[in-house]
Design a protein. Structure first.
Length: 448
């Protein structure tokens, strides 16, 4: 038997060792999870949205607190006093309407016996005119509430983008694990083949050492791929607001979106209309303007009234003596240097909010521009990856035919198979990049 025939015979013996080298099972350690399901769960459980909800509730409460100043303030007081203080005893007896001529005796006035008094008092205070201070604070709080609501919308968009990024990253990590497994099987098969040929005297020991070195390198790649999967799956669970160890399985591929015919200027204009955080910035600017008005209103007087009704008795909730009081008041701070400082402070805050809004507009324009260009580049990369995959498939077909005719070795066949798997993986990665770039563009515009 010639050395060529012996080599082909040994290659044929090695074929069973390589079964399954060109395929690997997808990760299936839990229930299947689609991207739509992941987004739906995240919108219910994501902790960032929980924080945003709490901020909205806080802003609503601040608005209610500001409005409360417009309504009457009613209080009920119930106090008990037992005293020998001459002043208090004298006053309590007057309040109880129980003062007699005997109480004018000097000894009784100077050294009274211990005396009890239960005092029940209702009071009402109501501002009438505050030069717009209260109404401006209410309007500012309402604008703050709207800003919180807009920020909540923006957080929702960001959470959706985070889910898309984490989910597609996990799909690619799973696919990379499959490639690593396939590469390891191929490397192990190569070691077995080279050892068989070495034993037959067809190759030298250095070939075996090189094959084992390649096997070790691929084994390291498998370790890294396993770690990447664990991190990627935990990231998906985190964006969904679930326990990080919750198991799930993902599809081998992801759908690639159709790229619409868009114009950059139109997308920027849409972002200026749609971005919730820009709308929130406008609300913050409006609130800052109302706070300036409120600070200026402190130069003017305030008018209000207060009334009270009081009952005094030796017993609990008694009414031996009653009285009432009605007070009208005008308060005007003629000189207060702090007022001008407060106006300057509020004006500076208004200017800061205005500049921040302008800066945000520039950032939004830049974000849309960058995402638009990245999407175009991702589309081109996907075309190149698909073309490379077609070339790898054609190369695989040619080498398979050559192998059937005995014109090439199994090693070349396995290398072609690995190259095809890698080309398909690059296509998946390019598809993920296109999907993610579209999601990034949607986020920059303020869609969803």
């Amino acid at each position: 038997m010639s050395r060529r025939a012996l080599a082909l015979f040994l290659v044929a013996l090695a074929i069973p060792l390589l079964g399954g080298a060109g395929a690997a099972d997808a990760q299936s350690d839990g229930p299947a999870l689609t991207l739509e399901q992941a987004i739906a769960v995240a919108l219910e459980q994501n902790h960032q949205l929980g924080v945003a909800d709490a901020m909205v509730s806080h802003a609503e409460a601040q608005t209610d607190e500001a409005k409360a100043s417009m309504y009457p303030h009613v209080e009920l007081w119930e106090t008990f006093m037992r005293t020998t203080n001459p002043v208090y005893v004298f006053g309590n007896k007057l309040g109880q309407a129980s003062f007699t001529m005997e109480d004018f005796q000097l000894d009784a006035l100077n050294n009274p016996d211990p005396y009890n008094n239960w005092n029940t008092r209702f009071s009402v205070t109501q501002p009438v005119w505050t030069a717009g201070r209260i109404s401006r604070h209410v309007e500012a709080a309402e604008h703050g509430q709207e800003a919180a609501a807009q920020q909540r919308k923006r957080t929702r968009q960001e959470v959706i983008h985070q889910v898309v990024e984490a989910y597609t990253g996990a799909v690619v990590a799973d696919r990379h694990m499959m490639v690593a497994d396939e590469s390891l099987k191929t490397a192990q098969a190569h070691v077995a083949l080279v050892e068989t040929m070495r034993d037959a005297g067809l190759v030298v020991d250095s070939d075996v050492l090189q094959a084992r070195l390649r096997e070790s390198e691929v084994a390291e790649m498998v370790i890294r791929a396993k770690t990447a999967i664990a991190i990627a799956h935990a990231a998906v669970n985190m964006t969904m607001g679930r326990d990080l160890d919750t198991p799930f399985s993902l599809p081998e591929t992801i759908d690639v979106p159709e790229v619409p015919e868009d114009k950059l200027d139109d997308l920027i204009a849409e972002a200026m209309r749609s971005r919730p955080d820009l709308g929130g910035a406008g609300s913050q600017l409006a609130a800052a303007g109302k706070m300036v008005d409120a600070a200026r209103a402190e130069y003017w007087p305030t008018i209000g009234f207060a009334g009270s009704f009081e009952m005094n008795d030796k017993d609990f909730i008694g009414a031996e003596g009653t009285n009432w009081t009605l007070v009208g008041a005008l308060q005007w701070s003629i000189f207060d240097h702090a007022r001008s400082a407060k106006v300057r402070q509020r004006t500076a805050q208004q200017l800061q909010a205005e500049r921040s809004t302008k800066l945000l507009e520039q950032h939004i324009s830049m974000q849309v521009r960058e995402a638009f260009l990245e999407r175009g580049a991702a589309e081109q990369r996907l075309e190149q990856a698909r073309w490379s995959m077609e070339l790898a498939e054609e190369s695989m077909r040619i080498i398979e035919n050559r192998y059937r005719e005995g014109l090439t070795t199994l090693i070349e066949l396995l290398d072609a198979e690995t190259a095809l798997t890698q080309a398909r993986t690059r296509a998946i990665g390019a598809g993920r990049d296109l999907l993610l770039s579209q999601a990034t563009l949607d986020l920059a515009i303020g869609r969803k």
